[in-house]
Structure formats: structure tokens, C-alpha cells
Design a protein around this ligand. Structure first.
Ligand code: ADP
Ligand code: MG
Length: 236
């Protein structure tokens, strides 16, 4: 069984009387435990596709099956629960909560989504903070961190609920070259440790280099897919 299966997925947005077709019939099957990247020009449909996989939105036509569940039939509440249990998000702007410390930002999904009792949370939070190298910064606030450190906290926050899938929309867009490389490398490493599937939308050639599978999307359609064996996994 594939992790994510998309069949004839069409997404149109209605803006006033005008319909914009963002995705024009996507057929895809994504495997578990891979580092997958969608590349394509701005406006090609990358974010739309990630939002559909993340159950943040529904296709206009077609079906999306995630781990055997047809996500199109879910109501809002069911979709929210499914998302909380299975999917993590990493954003371009990090989206950390400014009034919470590093520790509290990572703890947050365990409180809100998973309702893990307090006595069990500390170990889980510290474990992921250590895996991203941010344990010693746990009492700092986001505005005291560099961009790379913020994104590492965001990675920890996505990982803490041990999701099957992490969706990352342009995660390195606001990072300098060296920092972006380190963050990507870290994610690749975490993919191996946690067997989490990472799905990126990016323009960033550094991510594309690391990806095991690269899909090119243009005008809402997949125009190319290729497997790469030169990812860091093999290079080691
Ligand atoms: P990308 O992430 O590759 O830049 P998007 O998925 O954001 O592309 O957008 C694909 C197309 O859908 C674009 O033409 C965009 O203008 C349109 N679009 C995206 N989101 C919306 C929306 N909420 N309402 C109307 N049109 C949208
Ligand atoms: Mg986008």
C-alpha cells in the first residue's frame, strides 16, 4: 500500500466569477519513508498540492487516499484529528509562537493535539530537541534565535507527535545557503531515524539534490518525475 495515492486530482479555486485551475488532474503514488520534492515555478500548484495532502483543503474532483483512508470523505473535525495524528507541517516563516519558549513551542502540539499528560511530555520534548541540536536553547524565545535555529525548532515541533508525513512548503526560502544546507541535512538524517516521509515544495536546488524522488510540476500538472540515487544517504 502506498502512503499517499492521488487519483485524477483536480483543484479549482473560484475567485468571484472566475475559476482558476490550480491542479489539472494529478495521479501520484508516494511511498513511505522517502525524501520527496515537488519543484516548479511560482504559481504551478505546489502549495495547493501540499495543502491537499495535509487535509487542509479538499480536491474539487478526484480522490486522495492517505494510509488507506479516503480523505475526501472526512468532515472538518475528522480531518483535523487525522492531521494531528499523522501529519506535521514546516513553513517558510517558521511560524513559531513568539510568546512561548523553544521548549513550549515544541511541547504545544503534545498539549493541544495529543493531550499527553504533563509528566510524559518532558521526555518527548527533550528527545526531539536533542535530535535537532536545540536542547541547550530550550529556554530562549524565538526572537533570540537565528533563522536556522528557528527552523530547527520548527522541525522539532513537527516531529514531536511522530507523524508519518512531514510537509514542508519552501522551508529554506528564508535561510542563507550554509544554514539551509544544514537544515536540509538534518531533515534527511531525521527521515532515516524516524522513518518519516518528508514532502517538500521548493525552488531550492539544494533540497532537490538531497531528494530521492523529484516531481516537476507546471501549470498544475506533473510533467516529470525522477528518482535520484545521489542523495546523502548513498553518499555516506
Ligand atoms: P505555488 O505554490 O507553486 O506557487 P499555488 O498552489 O500557490 O502555487 O497556486 C497555484 C495557482 O492557484 C495559482 O494560479 C494561484 O494564483 C492559484 N491559487 C492558489 N491559492 C488560491 C486561492 N486561495 N484562491 C484563488 N486562487 C488561488
Ligand atoms: Mg507555494
Amino acid at each position: 500500500m502506498s502512503l499517499v495515492q492521488m487519483e485524477n486530482v483536480i483543484k479549482t479555486y473560484k475567485v468571484g466569477d472566475v475559476e482558476v485551475q490550480a491542479l489539472g488532474g494529478i495521479n501520484l503514488s508516494l511511498e513511505e519513508g522517502k525524501f520527496i520534492s515537488f519543484i516548479g515555478p511560482s504559481g504551478s500548484g505546489k502549495t495547493t498540492l501540499l495543502n491537499l495532502v495535509g487535509c487542509l483543503d479538499k480536491p474539487t474532483q478526484g480522490t486522495i487516499t492517505i494510509m488507506g483512508t479516503d480523505t475526501g470523505t472526512m468532515d472538518r473535525k475528522t480531518a483535523a484529528r487525522f492531521r494531528g495524528e499523522n501529519i506535521g507541517f514546516i513553513f517558510q516563516n517558521f511560524n513559531l509562537i513568539p510568546v512561548l519558549t523553544v521548549y513550549e513551542n515544541v511541547e504545544y502540539p503534545l498539549v493541544i493535539v495529543r493531550r499527553v499528560p504533563k509528566e510524559n511530555r518532558e521526555q518527548q520534548v527533550m528527545q526531539v530537541l536533542e535530535s535537532v541540536g536545540m536542547a541547550d536553547q530550550r529556554n530562549k524565545y524565538p526572537n533570540q534565535l537565528s533563522g536556522g535555529q528557528k527552523q530547527r525548532v520548527a522541525v522539532a515541533r513537527a516531529l514531536v507527535v511522530e507523524p508519518k508525513i512531514i510537509l514542508a512548503d519552501e522551508p529554506t526560502a528564508n535561510l542563507d545557503h550554509a544554514t539551509a544546507y544544514k537544515v536540509i541535512h538534518l531533515m534527511h538524517e531525521l527521515k532515516r531515524v524516524f522513518n518519516t516521509t518528508f514532502i517538500f515544495a521548493t525552488h531550492d536546488p539544494r533540497i532537490v539534490e538531497e531528494a530521492e524522488i523529484v516531481y516537476t510540476i507546471e501549470d498544475g500538472c506533473i510533467v516529470d518525475s525522477r528518482k535520484q540515487s545521489n542523495s546523502s544517504k548513498e553518499r555516506k
